[in-house]
Write a protein that binds this ligand. Structure first.
Ligand SMILES: [Zn+2]
Length: 385
């Protein structure tokens, strides 16, 4: 397998050297498609939203392995120990932009496909490997497109985001709400002729903050929270403001829906003369497709004893002689769509470490990338048995 390990490292270095900010993933997608062909996938394609996909196996039980190709943007290059797009290996660790989020994960799942082919591991399963797009700005949107537009229906999803080779069984959700008051504009020299939307907003902000102790709670994630994070109005300092809008950042327990969140907020702000909505997030793929949708990212949690979780524990036990730890993510992932919206059982395991995600010392341990590939290659055997 030494040959495969070297090829995996080279592939990861190539991916890091390709800039792939959200919505500009085209060259990284092409590079991933070339690697999926080179490792011998039975089918390789780019879907309508521009995700890179490769399938191995012909069995009826379909597993999807997802890791995203887009990275967040470099804020200050001078803080980086090495140039962000110049992959550098030191002591078995590769440094570079996206190493930990999430290109190390892409290298792991693509080389799981390589291992499945090289070792002729076959069974009642098929595995589709997805080099996903759009995750940093609109997690889940590209995966939703693959499932709902292109009709790929996996029975389970594995996410190769950062977990340091432990298992992740869920995440909190998040959404943005917009709450608006309206008044009547008038010249600021005669304010009695107008009605200030800003003054109407004051009790609304207090009411939104006061909702916090009553929000739903989850035994693992704790209580949901919301924060009034932004306030806007007309940019006319010499007028009584005719409208005022605040943004509310809401973090949600699994099980909260768009209807339940919006309904709860509307019930509080409606009697104060305000209205609430969940805005649409504008999303455009690198192929030019518009995928705008509500800025709503539900949470999810895989329950104890679920076969997907049990298979992850068994595969880890077989590989490492001990069951991997099980936890939840602090950040949001494509699981917000697969598990949160579509109800497809979802589990996380990745070689990367959370401490390096979106950090200037972005890095991934190459031995962990190899171990994650082994895990992903073994996983289907445990899952279907
Ligand atoms: Zn990520």
């Amino acid at each position: 397998m030494a040959g495969l390990a070297e090829r995996q490292t080279r592939f990861l270095a190539d991916l890091i050297a390709i800039r792939s900010y959200t919505g500009q993933e085209g060259p990284a997608v092409e590079r991933t498609l070339a690697e999926l062909r080179a490792v011998g996938c039975d089918e390789v394609w780019r879907d309508s939203a521009g995700n890179a996909l490769g399938r191995v196996g012909h069995g009826p039980r379909l597993l999807l392995y997802d890791a995203h190709l887009d990275t967040n943007e470099v804020a200050d290059e001078s803080e980086w120990p090495h140039p962000p797009l110049q992959p550098t290996v030191e002591n078995g660790v590769m440094f570079g932009l996206g190493a930990s989020d999430c290109k190390g994960g892409v290298a792991a799942i693509v080389y799981a496909a390589a291992l499945l082919k090289a070792l002729k591991l076959e069974g009642e399963f098929s595995v589709v490997v997805m080099g996903a797009t759009l995750e940093e700005d609109a997690e889940g949107f590209a995966l939703r497109s693959l499932v709902e537009r292109d009709g790929l229906r996996p029975e389970a999803v594995l996410l190769a985001e950062a977990t340091n080779l432990s298992l992740r069984r869920g995440q909190r959700g998040r959404c943005e709400l917009r709450v608006r008051t309206t008044g009547r504009a008038a010249h600021a020299s005669q304010p009695h002729l107008g009605e200030s939307a800003l003054l109407k907003m004051l009790p609304v902000i207090q009411a939104l903050e006061a909702m916090n102790p009553g929000l739903p709670a989850h035994p693992v994630f704790g209580p949901s929270t919301q924060v009034v994070s932004l306030i806007e109005g007309p940019h006319t300092p010499n007028s009584v403001p005719s409208w005022c809008e605040v943004a509310v950042d809401r973090r949600m327990a699994p099980g909260e829906s768009l209807a339940s969140v919006l309904g709860g907020v509307q019930a509080v702000v409606g009697p104060l003369g305000a209205s609430a909505r969940v805005p649409d997030q504008p999303v455009r793929t690198h192929t030019g497709l518009a995928l705008d949708g509500p800025s709503f990212f539900p949470g999810w949690f895989l329950e104890d004893g679920h076969p997907l979780l049990a298979s992850g524990l068994a595969a880890g036990q077989a590989l490492w002689g001990r069951a991997p730890e099980v936890g939840v993510w602090r950040f949001s992932t494509d699981g917000t769509y697969s598990a949160g919206a579509a109800g497809i059982p979802t589990l996380g395991l990745g070689p990367q470490e959370e401490q390096y995600v979106h950090a200037a010392n972005d890095q991934v341990d190459l031995e962990k990338v190899r171990q994650a590939a082994l895990f992903y290659a073994l996983f289907p055997l445990f899952y279907v048995s």
